[in-house]
Design a binder for this molecule. Sequence first.
Ligand code: SF4
Length: 352
Amino acid sequence: MSGHCIATRKVLLGLSCKELEEWALLQGQSAYRGRQLHDWLYVKGARSLESITVLPKAWRIELQRKGVTVGRLSELKRVVSVDSTMKLLLGTIDGESVETVGIPTQKRLTICVSSQVGCPMACRFCATGIEGLQRSLWTHEIVDQILSVREAMSRRPTHVVFMGMGEPLLNIDQILASIQCLNEDLGIGQRRITVSTVGVKDALPRLAESAIARLGRAQFTLAVSLHAPNQQLREKLIPTARRYPLESLLTDCQHYLAVTGRRVSFEYILLGKLNDFPQHAEELADRVGGFQSHVNLIAYNPIKGVDFKRPDENRIKAFRDVLERRGIAVTVRSSRGLDQNAACGQLRRQHV
Ligand code: SF4
């Protein structure tokens, strides 16, 4: 970020300690003020400049007059399910809203964050896809989601997954900037961060190159959503797959592994009597067998107005058994928060 850019910066969340020092100097203050701001933004979770009482009052007033803000989102709605999964609907300054979810276990607090308001990928089974894209999120709006869940759950987040609303690979620069901020300012290691994509043509090579350029190494996990073992079925579920054939996506995954040294993991949403037959599992094993990769199976969460079904437990087990027999590492992800409109995008849909 250039000095000029920092001098005119109006939103402070997302800036590193060094950038805040530089910003404070450009405002005619000492670098120490930048370090104080950093502490209040990321450790104390300040929501407004007004609340940062260690800063001189006259300066706070002047900054407010100039339109400088911390850049926090407002909480519009909160739902907590019986298993303590918490979903927040957060409002942006321009009247948009995004969902974020805190998923606690004894040892972990995983936050599922959104990368866009809505999503243009229009996957048939997804509540977010139905609404289309409003816009991509800025870095501070992504970072805020982690701070908001941390506050709401009074607990330190351990893992972050970019699996909420939006397609992260359509917002690569802001995703990488927020990963850098999570790393350096909030202490969440890259290996505890997962970026999930349904695949965007030409984006994987750019993600690998940009991550190495910005972060030094791409150590976060890349999770590629296949959801079907062949092109024909995949196009039915993910319309954008027409422009990006499964073969090309898998070739790009191999390239990503070669460039970053990180294994790609694959996601597969099981839709009852659609993509969950044993022959689909065999076909999937043919496709991903050479990757020595991990496959995550997710049983579909039914949503209103969309005609897909959740497979029963026997079908899930049969699918998993085929993959295991074929030597593929597989996990069936448990659905958390099923009682509280858990599918991504539903809370926002109700709100809008
Ligand atoms: S599943 Fe993901 S990529 Fe597909 S429409 Fe929903 S949010 Fe977008």
